[in-house]
Design a protein. Sequence first.
Length: 136
Amino acid sequence: MGLPAGVIRELEAALGPEHVIREPEQLRVYECDGLTGYRAIPELVCLPGSAEEVQVVVRACAREEIPWVARGAGTGLSGGAAPVADGLVISLARMNRVLDVDLGSQRVVVQPGVTNLDVTRAVAAEGFFYAPDPSS
Ligand SMILES: Cc1cc2nc3c(=O)[nH]c(=O)nc-3n(C[C@H](O)[C@H](O)[C@H](O)COP(=O)(O)OP(=O)(O)OC[C@H]3O[C@@H](n4cnc5c(N)ncnc54)[C@H](O)[C@@H]3O)c2cc1C
């Protein structure tokens, strides 16, 4: 089917063309998450670098009625980040900053692309670690 060329241009202008993935062999990377039995190749993958850029993508999708799925590391085991064919994936992988560490209350504020291991790295020097439950 293909997304409207104007929308792709709009997203490339807002995010930078290097953060809008449209090549078939690169799109295949996003065809599934940890649930590998279900696969669909999205039309486009956007990698916004800020909340404002996420807003640009979501607003364009809403306006054009393009289905979209948010994706972190794509390690969920229930297919939640499986793309919709004819749709768009918003990968949050670039938003990978640990914003605040408050060890007193054992609270860490992160952007949505931060991995569990990165949280551990941010607090390990103080003798803390962060692990999923119950695999820890
Ligand atoms: C080997 C292995 C072991 C695991 N062990 C455990 C375990 O012991 N305990 C446990 O609880 N889990 C476990 N998990 C699951 C793990 O918790 C998930 O992989 C993780 O939570 C998914 O995070 P993600 O960023 O990869 O999300 P994704 O897989 O990218 O997405 C998960 C869901 O959240 C949505 N989503 C992602 N980012 C956003 C966002 N910013 N805003 C809104 N929606 C969003 C996606 O659309 C999807 O529906 C394990 C996974 C693996 C691969």
